[in-house]
Design a protein around this ligand. Structure first.
Ligand SMILES: Nc1nc2c(c(=O)[nH]1)N=C([C@H](O)[C@H](O)COP(=O)(O)OP(=O)(O)OP(=O)(O)O)CN2
Ligand SMILES: [Zn+2]
Length: 145
């Protein structure tokens, strides 16, 4: 939920940046345990992305807030997640569950951060799928991307 207070990851970076965004997407979970969620249905996902670092770029940014939004919103907004090449109906680790979508968001952002000389790091993705359900993904230290 936008403007909510989120749990913080522990870290020792001097700067911590947070970006909230939302996107509308549909999905289905291709497993019998998912019950009704095996049928295509939609959500407004609310994501909070946390990035840390010790150095800023030439603009004085850890990363431009707009770039974070673009990476995720442009890719997933108004899409059927199951059709995205990052997800699969065959491998449970690639079903578009809240857990896997949160991890995937973190990986997309880290892939971009890895191209920057000042080495910011995606520390946490908080992803709310419904008013009552959310997941927090934190990559293991030393194993970002
Ligand atoms: N661990 C997970 N469990 C479920 C996921 C998931 O991604 N990870 N997904 C679903 C469904 O896709 C569904 O969209 C969300 O289910 P749920 O939270 O049960 O939604 P409700 O609005 O029905 O929940 P209430 O308890 O009635 O508020 C299911 N499980
Ligand atoms: Zn769902």
């Amino acid at each position: 939920m936008i403007q909510q207070i989120y749990p913080s990851p522990s870290h020792e970076y001097e700067f911590e940046l947070n970006k909230d965004m939302h996107f509308a997407a549909s999905h289905y979970i291709p497993h019998e345990d998912a019950g009704d969620c095996q049928k295509v249905h939609g959500h407004t996902y609310y994501a909070n992305i946390t990035i840390g670092g010790n150095e800023l770029d030439d603009s004085g940014f850890l990363i431009n807030f707009k770039h974070i939004k673009k990476l995720i919103h442009k890719r997933f907004d108004h899409t059927l997640l199951n059709k995205d090449s990052l997800f699969s109906d065959e491998d449970p680790m690639k079903f578009p569950t809240t857990e896997v979508v949160a991890k995937t968001v973190c990986e997309i952002i880290q892939e971009h951060l890895d191209t920057l000389e000042h080495h910011p790091v995606c520390l946490q993705v908080f992803l709310r799928e419904t008013p009552t359900s959310y997941v927090i993904y934190r990559p293991k230290k030393g194993r970002v991307s």
